[in-house]
Ligand binder design. Structure first.
Ligand SMILES: Cc1cc2nc3c(=O)[nH]c(=O)nc-3n(C[C@H](O)[C@H](O)[C@H](O)COP(=O)(O)OP(=O)(O)OC[C@H]3O[C@@H](n4cnc5c(N)ncnc54)[C@H](O)[C@@H]3O)c2cc1C
Ligand SMILES: NC(=O)c1ccc[n+]([C@@H]2O[C@H](COP(=O)([O-])OP(=O)(O)OC[C@H]3O[C@@H](n4cnc5c(N)ncnc54)[C@H](O)[C@@H]3O)[C@@H](O)[C@H]2O)c1
Length: 451
């Protein structure tokens, strides 16, 4: 059996953990797929490169409103796809070579635990003093009759298709439906979103979710509170039988995208055989320092947390690196804030409590909502749909949550996140800080001053 000081399972955020400080350890990385993991190869990065194209198309189409008469002649899917993956694909080879040249053993088959701290990797067994489990998650395929006998895509494959379909049915109304709805709309695909929720993006503050649902429904067909009772193959595509408050209907489309959430890869790893405790959703249970139930095994990223966001996995990998090196000085994430953004149109960003959470948990709050149009730049944009919402405690006047829908939401939310992290009152960040005129940040200032 091969023995190591450190074995890292999964070269997504796990690969980021390796650094010069760990160079003295005899290390192996196990990665059956591509270095960079989901985010680089099948997630954040290529999807946002497509979103950039969709934004450009949307801006060109909307420019006539400003007196700029431009036409979009053609959006060349294959050219876009090839440009994106010509940039991304070589990064895997570079990363793998780099590790091997620096004395790290790289195994390229899937690992399975066969006992505590013992892994089966292909034909070999390996063990180590320290393991970092960062094997991520994969798309859920819901149990819908017929789904297993029709062709469908998930986020793993949709970005590499050869041709844009004329029509697409999307199962799910979450992050991926919102982002890919925007992307394929720009490429001219006729989209039908079918989701079981009462709105799209139900995890958002309800006002944001309602506004997004209203705007998305102007661009695509959106079926809410929908139950898909069967899926079957039809000439030229698929047909979904859907029951919703409007009755039963059949949705036909050339292509089907399944975006119904993600599940942790603990089953494929046989984490239970490794003695790792799992929660009811199959995530590895860790303490706040990312220690698992087995001493010497750490876990991070999508396999261990419910955020399923890359900035959380990145932060965790920095903490785990520190904790492996300094077991006497364990670090934890400084606070529980997990901001997120949905890169759709319009952009959405949020952090902290939503208004419905504050209400349900009977937390006292003050709320302020400010339209972009109330500030100079929003007025210049002739914006009619974007807003910032902030929630604060009436007791200590600190922010409880912030939610934005509109251009640059993911960037606009950052000062509010800073304030929440640093525990500043809304008066300090609203009154004591100057906001550049006429930048969009003035809408954040206005929302704070109204609290
Ligand atoms: C379409 C899409 C868009 C996204 N966009 C964003 C975004 O804009 N912003 C954001 O914050 N997040 C985004 N995410 C989420 C983000 O990609 C994930 O949160 C992040 O990649 C998780 O990192 P990880 O290291 O935990 O897992 P991964 O990056 O998935 O890495 C896990 C690695 O483990 C490997 N592995 C699996 N099983 C085994 C095994 N048994 N043995 C060894 N290795 C194994 C896998 O091959 C993989 O390479 C997006 C996700 C998707 C799908
Ligand atoms: N910008 C970002 O940060 C970003 C972008 C894309 C993906 N992601 C990550 O990837 C994860 C997966 O994205 P996702 O959109 O697949 O999941 P999601 O959890 O965001 O949404 C899943 C959706 O599927 C619906 N659903 C589930 N089962 C269904 C069924 N049988 N019939 C109809 N609807 C059903 C749910 O109601 C929900 O609307 C996200 O949770 C997020 O963590 C992040």
């Amino acid at each position: 059996m091969q023995r190591y000081d450190l074995v890292i399972l999964g070269a997504g955020s796990g690969n980021m953990l390796l650094a010069d400080e760990l160079a003295h350890l005899r290390t192996a990385v196990v990665e059956p797929n591509r270095f960079g993991g989901t985010c680089l190869n099948r997630g954040c990065i290529p999807s946002k490169m497509y979103v950039l194209v969709a934004d450009a198309v949307e801006n060109a189409r909307a420019a006539a409103r400003l007196g700029v008469h431009a036409t979009v002649e053609r959006v060349d899917w294959r050219a876009v796809r090839d440009r994106i993956f010509r940039r991304i694909d070589p990064l895997h080879d570079g990363a793998l070579d780099y590790r091997r040249k620096n004395g790290v053993d790289v195994y390229t088959t899937e690992a399975r635990f066969v006992g505590p701290k013992v892994l089966q990797v292909g034909t070999e067994r390996i063990t180590a003093d320290t393991f970092v489990v960062a094997v991520g998650s994969r798309p859920v395929v819901p149990d819908i009759p017929g789904l297993d006998s029709v062709p469908f895509h998930t986020s793993d494959t949709i970005m590499r298709i050869d041709d844009v379909p004329s029509s697409m049915a999307v199962i799910g109304g979450g992050f991926i439906a919102a982002e890919f709805g925007h992307v394929f709309d720009a490429f001219g695909t006729d989209i039908t979103v079918v989701t079981r929720g009462p709105r799209l993006l139900t995890g958002e503050d309800e006002q944001i979710s309602a506004r997004f649902t209203e705007l998305a429904s102007r661009r695509h067909r959106v079926l809410l509170d929908a139950r898909i009772t069967s899926v079957e193959r039809r000439s030229g595509g698929v047909a979904l039988t859907v029951t919703s408050p409007d009755g039963e209907q059949v949705v036909e489309a050339e292509m089907l995208l399944v975006s119904a959430g993600r599940r942790p890869n603990t089953d494929r790893l046989d984490a239970v055989a490794g003695g790792l405790e799992l929660d009811e959703h199959g995530h590895i249970v860790t303490d706040s320092a990312y220690r698992t139930s087995v001493p010497g095994i750490w876990a991070l990223g999508d396999v261990a947390n419910h955020f399923q966001l890359k900035h959380m996995a990145n932060a965790e990998s920095r903490i785990v690196r520190h904790n492996i090196l300094h077991p006497e000085d364990l670090r934890t994430l400084p606070n529980a804030l997990a901001p997120h953004a949905v890169f759709t149109s319009p952009q959405i960003a949020g952090v902290g409590l939503t208004e419905q959470e504050a209400r349900n948990r009977e937390i006292d709050y003050l709320a302020s909502v400010r339209d972009y149009a109330d500030t100079a730049y929003g007025w210049a944009l002739e914006d009619t749909t974007s807003f910032v919402k902030v929630l604060a405690s009436p007791h200590d006047r600190r922010l409880l949550g912030a939610h934005i829908i509109g251009p640059q939401a993911a960037t606009l939310i950052q000062p509010l996140l800073q304030a929440m992290t640093l525990g500043l009152t809304v008066d300090r960040i609203g009154r004591d800080v100057l906001y550049i005129h006429p930048a969009l940040t003035e809408v954040v200032e206005q929302a704070l001053l109204a609290l």
